[in-house]
Each structure stands twice: as C-alpha cells, then as structure tokens.
Design a protein around this ligand. Structure first.
Ligand code: CP
Length: 346
C-alpha cells in the first residue's frame, strides 16, 4: 500500500484498503506507543499546521504525533502570514503552497465556521492548496469534512464494540450495527464537518445509519446522496427522522452533536448569534439516559468539545458507555499513522 505523498481531504476519497492501512497501523502504534520502530519515521521533517480556527485536540494531537515520530509540527496563524483572501490582497495560494513544499513534509489546514463567507469555501481553499502543493495536504477540519476525526471515531467504535480498547481492530465489530447521528441543541453553531465525515465513514464500514434532526437542519444533499450510495453498496439501511426520540431504538452507537442550519451563511456573512438563538428553541433535542435506555446498550460518541447540558447530559457524556476520551486519544494514533504513511520514512 503506497500512500506516500497522498492528500487526505475526506475519507470518501480514499479506498477501503487505504483507510484500513491507516487504522491497522494506528492500532499497532497505540499498542506499542513508544516503540523504537516509530521513533525515526519523521526524523528531521516538519509538518506545517495552519489554524484559521481554534483547536484543542487537533493541534495537540498533531504536535504530539510529530514528536513521537521524531519530527516537528509548526503552528501557523494565517492572519500573520499576509495570505490573499476573498477580502484582502496578499500572497496567492499557489505561491504559498509551492514555497511551503520546499520546506516541509506535509501541510495541515483547518478552516470552518466564522472564517468562511459561505458553505464550501473552506473545503475549496484546502483543495486549492492541495492543487499547488507538492507535499501531502491534510484536512484538519473544514466546513464539509473532518477525515482525521472520522478515522478516530470508527477506531473507537471498533474497539468498544469489538475486542476492547487498545486491542487489535476488527472492522466486523461495527458492520451491521446501527449508528444514530442526532442533532443536539447547542450554543456553538458548529460546522457540518464532523457529522458528515462520520456519516460517510460509518456507512462505508457497513453500518445502518439513522440521521435525526428537527425540520430545517438538513445537511449537504450531495453528502447525503453519497451516504445513501454507501449504504446501498453495503446492503444496509439509511433513514432520516425528525423527532428526538425514535432514532434511539436499537442503536449501537449514538452520536449527538449540534450543527448549524443551512441558513447560517447569507450574503457572505455567518449569522452565528441567530443560529444559537434558533437552536436553543429545541431543548428536547438532548441525549440523556432516558433516550439511551431505548438503545441496544449503545455507546455514546462525540468528537468533542462536548456542549454538556445541550448536546448530551453529564450522565451520558461521563457515563460508563461513553467512548469520548478513547476517540479523542485515537486522534493521536490515526494521525501518527497518516503522517507515517503519507510523508514518513516507513
Ligand atoms: N474534535 C476536534 O477536532 O477537536 P478540536 O476542535 O479541539 O481540535
């Protein structure tokens, strides 16, 4: 499996064999985290990280991953880089990407929420960097996709529904299981990237998918068509429901997360406060113990940060079936594997 030099913008664009190569290596790296086998894979190499938006997990896990592979990750704030944007003059993406390719082994970019004027603009910018860069470009969350999160999610689900955390992964552990992705009311007006990535990768690994949200919170129709196609290819079911309870019936994995409505971007402006005010009208859309009792002893998953008291209660988020910290840890292992395979001396 030769992944050297390959961009990762959405998991849907990688084959199942390629995704499995990442997950299998990530599980080995997790089991034997500080082995000398991994220590020199990025020796002397630098991974550049552009963060247009804040981050806890992504920044720390990428920096830690680079360190543990013997390399270095450099944190960059685009506002300090004189880059051209839709609103300001500056260096073009072509020039920036070509120059960075002369210095670094890989480039990660995060851009979403209030840093874009319309849905799709963040993903377009990352693809523009990928077009010009000679080094792998890794999507660290844009407005459409979050591939590193999706890989960490399925890794955690395979662990919890399979042989256990830190044990070898078995994709059959999640095949045929019911994934519920449910909207949660919340005060963060979140982009669609994490839920869309989870829908795509969960359906590709053969899960039945139920998507639950109030009327008016549709996701990207092209992504939903792809999820349906993934389910059809696997002989699994896909359904959308608009009530906060029924989707829980028989679920094995419950993913409760807020996302913004399709009206969030209008006239080149992100209407954050309006989105928050609108979302708060739906307090019944919260994952709680009563709803979890309807499931098939489901695990609770979330990419974090959890908006506790809105997306999920403390009892669920910190409960015995919550896998959130294991999934967060898995970001480190999958990103080590991605860097090793796409830019490392493996
Ligand atoms: N899940 C995730 O990407 O977390 P951060 O926003 O903290 O990086």
């Amino acid at each position: 499996m030769d992944l050297y030099g390959k961009d990762l913008i959405c998991t849907q664009e990688w084959s199942m064999d390629e995704l499995w190569a990442v997950l299998d290596l990530a599980a080995k790296m997790k089991r034997d985290r500080f082995s000398p086998r991994w220590r020199n894979i990025l020796q002397g190499r630098t991974f550049l990280m552009f963060f247009y938006n804040p981050s806890v997990r992504t920044r720390i896990s990428f920096e830690t991953a680079a360190t543990e592979l013997g390399g270095h990750a450099q944190f960059l704030e685009p506002r300090a880089m004189r880059l051209k944007t839709e609103k300001t003059a500056g260096e073009t993406v072509e020039d920036a990407a070509k120059v960075m390719s002369r210095y670094a082994a890989g480039l990660g970019i995060r851009i979403l929420e209030d840093k874009i004027p319309r849905y799709g603009a963040g993903d377009e910018l990352i693809r523009e960097y990928a077009r010009w860069a000679d080094i792998p470009v890794i999507n660290m969350a844009d407005d459409k996709f979050h591939p590193c999160q999706g890989l960490a999610d399925v890794m955690g689900w395979m662990e919890w529904l399979g042989k256990g955390v830190g044990k070898p992964l078995d994709p059959e552990a999640i095949r045929g299981k019911k994934l519920l992705i449910t909207w949660g009311h919340g005060a963060l007006a979140r982009s669609w990237c994490s839920v869309q990535e989870a829908l795509l990768i969960g359906s590709r690994f053969g899960m039945h998918v139920t998507l639950a949200y109030p009327e008016g919170y549709d996701l990207d129709p092209e992504v939903i068509e792809q999820v349906k196609a993934n389910c059809e290819a696997n002989g699994t079911t896909f359904e959308i429901v608009h009530d906060p309870v029924s989707g829980y019936e028989g679920a094995h994995v419950v993913y409760s997360r807020h996302w913004m409505s399709p009206q969030a971007y209008r006239d080149g402006v992100f209407h954050k406060e309006e989105e928050i005010e609108k979302a708060m009208r739906y307090p019944e859309w919260i994952c709680d113990e009563e709803k979890m009792a309807r499931t098939a002893n489901a695990i609770f998953t979330h990419p974090m940060p959890v908006d506790r008291g809105h997306e999920a209660t403390d009892a669920v988020a910190s409960g015995p079936r919550s896998c959130i910290y294991d999934v967060a840890e898995n970001r480190l292992h999958v990103q080590k594997a991605i860097m090793a395979l796409t830019m490392g001396n493996l």
